[in-house]
Ligand binder design. Structure first.
Ligand code: ZN
Length: 246
Protein backbone atom coordinates (compact mmCIF):
# COMPACT_ATOMS: atom_id res chain seq x y z
CA UNK A 1 0.00 0.00 0.00
CA UNK A 2 1.12 3.53 -0.75
CA UNK A 3 0.24 6.06 1.94
CA UNK A 4 -0.72 9.34 0.25
CA UNK A 5 -1.17 12.65 2.08
CA UNK A 6 -2.75 15.59 0.25
CA UNK A 7 -1.95 19.07 1.56
CA UNK A 8 -4.22 21.89 0.40
CA UNK A 9 -4.06 25.48 1.61
CA UNK A 10 -7.90 25.39 1.29
CA UNK A 11 -8.36 29.13 0.97
CA UNK A 12 -9.80 29.96 -2.48
CA UNK A 13 -12.59 27.44 -1.95
CA UNK A 14 -13.76 29.36 1.14
CA UNK A 15 -13.58 32.92 -0.23
CA UNK A 16 -14.34 32.61 -3.96
CA UNK A 17 -17.82 31.51 -5.08
CA UNK A 18 -16.57 30.40 -8.51
CA UNK A 19 -14.01 28.07 -6.94
CA UNK A 20 -16.49 26.86 -4.31
CA UNK A 21 -18.87 25.75 -7.07
CA UNK A 22 -16.18 23.72 -8.83
CA UNK A 23 -14.63 22.25 -5.68
CA UNK A 24 -17.36 22.44 -3.00
CA UNK A 25 -15.38 20.31 -0.55
CA UNK A 26 -11.98 21.68 -1.52
CA UNK A 27 -9.40 20.70 -4.11
CA UNK A 28 -7.93 18.20 -1.63
CA UNK A 29 -11.22 16.30 -1.45
CA UNK A 30 -11.64 16.28 -5.24
CA UNK A 31 -8.19 14.71 -5.55
CA UNK A 32 -8.83 12.31 -2.67
CA UNK A 33 -12.03 11.14 -4.38
CA UNK A 34 -10.37 10.03 -7.60
CA UNK A 35 -7.48 8.45 -5.71
CA UNK A 36 -9.88 6.51 -3.50
CA UNK A 37 -10.73 4.16 -6.37
CA UNK A 38 -7.15 2.81 -6.42
CA UNK A 39 -6.74 -0.29 -4.29
CA UNK A 40 -3.05 0.30 -3.57
CA UNK A 41 -3.53 3.81 -2.13
CA UNK A 42 -4.53 4.92 1.33
CA UNK A 43 -5.34 8.63 1.32
CA UNK A 44 -5.60 11.35 3.95
CA UNK A 45 -5.89 15.10 3.64
CA UNK A 46 -4.49 17.99 5.65
CA UNK A 47 -4.89 21.75 5.30
CA UNK A 48 -3.08 24.96 6.17
CA UNK A 49 -5.36 25.67 9.13
CA UNK A 50 -4.45 22.40 10.84
CA UNK A 51 -1.82 22.57 13.57
CA UNK A 52 1.55 22.67 11.76
CA UNK A 53 -0.43 22.36 8.47
CA UNK A 54 -1.30 18.84 9.60
CA UNK A 55 2.25 17.87 8.72
CA UNK A 56 3.65 16.69 12.01
CA UNK A 57 6.70 14.47 12.11
CA UNK A 58 4.41 11.49 12.74
CA UNK A 59 2.28 12.28 9.68
CA UNK A 60 5.31 12.71 7.42
CA UNK A 61 6.98 9.57 8.78
CA UNK A 62 3.89 7.62 7.77
CA UNK A 63 3.47 9.33 4.38
CA UNK A 64 4.92 7.69 1.29
CA UNK A 65 3.94 10.45 -1.12
CA UNK A 66 2.89 14.03 -0.29
CA UNK A 67 0.81 16.06 -2.79
CA UNK A 68 0.82 19.83 -2.35
CA UNK A 69 -1.62 22.48 -3.58
CA UNK A 70 -1.09 26.08 -2.48
CA UNK A 71 -1.29 29.53 -4.02
CA UNK A 72 -2.14 32.69 -2.07
CA UNK A 73 -0.86 31.64 1.34
CA UNK A 74 2.53 30.06 0.72
CA UNK A 75 3.93 32.55 3.24
CA UNK A 76 1.68 31.21 5.99
CA UNK A 77 3.33 27.78 5.89
CA UNK A 78 5.79 27.90 8.81
CA UNK A 79 9.43 27.63 7.81
CA UNK A 80 9.95 24.68 10.17
CA UNK A 81 7.16 22.77 8.41
CA UNK A 82 8.74 23.45 5.00
CA UNK A 83 12.12 22.25 6.30
CA UNK A 84 10.45 19.15 7.75
CA UNK A 85 8.96 18.34 4.34
CA UNK A 86 12.31 18.85 2.63
CA UNK A 87 14.03 16.52 5.11
CA UNK A 88 11.31 13.90 4.65
CA UNK A 89 12.00 13.98 0.91
CA UNK A 90 15.74 13.64 1.42
CA UNK A 91 15.00 10.61 3.62
CA UNK A 92 12.89 9.03 0.88
CA UNK A 93 9.35 10.46 0.82
CA UNK A 94 7.87 11.29 -2.60
CA UNK A 95 6.69 14.88 -3.20
CA UNK A 96 4.29 16.10 -5.90
CA UNK A 97 3.81 19.88 -6.02
CA UNK A 98 0.81 20.79 -8.17
CA UNK A 99 0.28 23.92 -10.29
CA UNK A 100 0.91 27.07 -8.19
CA UNK A 101 2.91 24.99 -5.71
CA UNK A 102 5.84 25.96 -7.94
CA UNK A 103 6.20 28.78 -5.40
CA UNK A 104 5.57 26.67 -2.31
CA UNK A 105 8.26 26.81 0.34
CA UNK A 106 9.14 23.09 0.25
CA UNK A 107 9.51 23.03 -3.55
CA UNK A 108 11.74 26.11 -3.55
CA UNK A 109 13.84 24.64 -0.75
CA UNK A 110 14.26 21.41 -2.71
CA UNK A 111 15.09 23.24 -5.96
CA UNK A 112 17.29 25.99 -4.53
CA UNK A 113 16.11 28.43 -7.21
CA UNK A 114 13.33 31.04 -7.57
CA UNK A 115 10.93 28.74 -9.48
CA UNK A 116 9.59 31.93 -11.10
CA UNK A 117 7.69 31.72 -14.37
CA UNK A 118 5.54 33.85 -16.70
CA UNK A 119 1.76 33.48 -16.49
CA UNK A 120 -1.61 34.58 -17.89
CA UNK A 121 -5.10 33.73 -16.68
CA UNK A 122 -7.34 33.71 -19.74
CA UNK A 123 -8.56 30.12 -19.87
CA UNK A 124 -6.21 28.97 -22.62
CA UNK A 125 -6.36 25.39 -23.80
CA UNK A 126 -3.22 23.55 -22.68
CA UNK A 127 -1.95 20.66 -24.78
CA UNK A 128 0.56 18.54 -22.87
CA UNK A 129 2.95 16.65 -25.13
CA UNK A 130 4.59 13.50 -23.86
CA UNK A 131 8.30 13.92 -24.48
CA UNK A 132 9.36 10.74 -22.63
CA UNK A 133 6.87 8.05 -23.74
CA UNK A 134 8.62 5.23 -21.88
CA UNK A 135 8.41 7.08 -18.57
CA UNK A 136 6.08 5.48 -15.95
CA UNK A 137 4.30 8.80 -15.39
CA UNK A 138 3.36 9.08 -19.08
CA UNK A 139 1.60 5.73 -19.35
CA UNK A 140 -2.02 5.68 -20.49
CA UNK A 141 -2.38 9.22 -21.82
CA UNK A 142 -1.37 8.78 -25.47
CA UNK A 143 1.13 10.98 -27.23
CA UNK A 144 -0.54 14.11 -25.84
CA UNK A 145 -3.59 15.16 -23.86
CA UNK A 146 -5.48 18.38 -23.48
CA UNK A 147 -6.78 20.42 -20.58
CA UNK A 148 -9.64 22.48 -21.94
CA UNK A 149 -8.99 25.56 -19.83
CA UNK A 150 -5.87 26.21 -17.81
CA UNK A 151 -3.85 29.10 -16.49
CA UNK A 152 -0.99 29.71 -18.91
CA UNK A 153 2.46 29.18 -17.38
CA UNK A 154 5.38 29.71 -19.73
CA UNK A 155 9.13 29.71 -19.95
CA UNK A 156 11.52 30.71 -18.69
CA UNK A 157 10.78 28.58 -15.61
CA UNK A 158 13.39 29.22 -12.90
CA UNK A 159 14.05 25.60 -11.97
CA UNK A 160 17.21 23.50 -12.09
CA UNK A 161 17.50 21.34 -15.20
CA UNK A 162 14.99 18.49 -14.57
CA UNK A 163 16.52 15.04 -14.07
CA UNK A 164 13.73 13.72 -16.29
CA UNK A 165 11.29 15.76 -18.37
CA UNK A 166 7.97 14.02 -19.04
CA UNK A 167 5.61 16.68 -20.45
CA UNK A 168 5.94 19.93 -22.35
CA UNK A 169 2.81 22.08 -22.23
CA UNK A 170 1.74 24.20 -25.21
CA UNK A 171 -0.86 26.98 -24.99
CA UNK A 172 -3.06 28.74 -27.49
CA UNK A 173 -0.86 31.80 -27.34
CA UNK A 174 2.03 29.69 -28.66
CA UNK A 175 3.88 29.61 -25.33
CA UNK A 176 5.51 26.44 -24.02
CA UNK A 177 6.35 25.23 -20.51
CA UNK A 178 8.07 22.29 -18.85
CA UNK A 179 4.77 21.03 -17.39
CA UNK A 180 5.96 17.69 -15.97
CA UNK A 181 9.40 17.59 -14.36
CA UNK A 182 11.06 14.83 -12.30
CA UNK A 183 13.83 15.32 -9.79
CA UNK A 184 15.82 12.97 -7.59
CA UNK A 185 16.73 14.54 -4.28
CA UNK A 186 18.98 12.20 -2.27
CA UNK A 187 16.61 9.30 -1.42
CA UNK A 188 13.39 11.02 -2.51
CA UNK A 189 11.64 11.75 -5.77
CA UNK A 190 9.86 14.95 -6.79
CA UNK A 191 7.40 15.44 -9.66
CA UNK A 192 6.19 18.94 -10.49
CA UNK A 193 2.95 18.96 -12.53
CA UNK A 194 1.62 22.19 -14.01
CA UNK A 195 -2.19 21.79 -14.50
CA UNK A 196 -4.55 22.64 -11.63
CA UNK A 197 -5.74 26.26 -11.59
CA UNK A 198 -8.53 26.65 -9.05
CA UNK A 199 -11.16 28.26 -11.33
CA UNK A 200 -11.06 25.46 -13.93
CA UNK A 201 -12.23 21.85 -13.74
CA UNK A 202 -8.74 20.45 -14.21
CA UNK A 203 -8.87 17.80 -11.47
CA UNK A 204 -11.93 16.20 -13.10
CA UNK A 205 -9.94 15.62 -16.32
CA UNK A 206 -9.31 11.84 -16.69
CA UNK A 207 -5.82 12.31 -18.17
CA UNK A 208 -4.79 14.63 -15.34
CA UNK A 209 -6.08 12.08 -12.85
CA UNK A 210 -4.15 9.32 -14.61
CA UNK A 211 -0.91 11.31 -14.50
CA UNK A 212 -1.29 12.03 -10.79
CA UNK A 213 -1.92 8.33 -10.05
CA UNK A 214 1.10 7.35 -12.15
CA UNK A 215 3.22 9.98 -10.43
CA UNK A 216 2.29 8.71 -6.98
CA UNK A 217 3.42 5.20 -7.90
CA UNK A 218 6.63 6.57 -9.45
CA UNK A 219 7.42 8.75 -6.42
CA UNK A 220 6.72 6.09 -3.78
CA UNK A 221 9.85 5.42 -1.72
CA UNK A 222 12.31 2.74 -2.70
CA UNK A 223 14.46 3.44 0.37
CA UNK A 224 13.49 5.22 3.55
CA UNK A 225 15.92 6.51 6.18
CA UNK A 226 14.99 7.29 9.77
CA UNK A 227 17.59 10.02 10.02
CA UNK A 228 20.00 11.95 7.82
CA UNK A 229 23.46 11.04 9.06
CA UNK A 230 27.04 11.28 7.90
CA UNK A 231 28.65 8.25 9.59
CA UNK A 232 32.31 7.47 10.00
CA UNK A 233 33.20 4.11 8.45
CA UNK A 234 36.16 1.78 8.77
CA UNK A 235 38.29 0.27 6.11
CA UNK A 236 36.73 -3.04 5.01
CA UNK A 237 38.50 -6.09 6.38
CA UNK A 238 38.71 -8.64 3.54
CA UNK A 239 36.10 -11.36 4.12
CA UNK A 240 34.27 -9.29 6.78
CA UNK A 241 32.00 -6.83 4.93
CA UNK A 242 30.09 -6.02 8.13
CA UNK A 243 33.24 -4.41 9.55
CA UNK A 244 32.65 -1.39 7.29
CA UNK A 245 30.03 0.26 9.51
CA UNK A 246 31.37 -1.13 12.80
ZN1 ZN B 1 -3.39 29.17 -10.92
Amino acid sequence: MISVTIFNEFHHEKIDQEVKEIYPNGIHQAIAEFLATEEDFTVRTVTLDDEDCGLTKEVLDSTDVLLWWGHLRHGDVPDHVARRVKEAVLKGMGFIPLHSAHHSKPFRLLMGTTCNLNWREEGDLERLWVVNPAHPIAQGVGSYFEVEHEEMYCEPFGIPEPDQLVFIGWYEGGEVFRSGCCYFRENGRVFYFQPGHETYRTYYNPAVQRVIKNAIRWAAPTRRLNALVCPHVKKVTPGKPESHLG
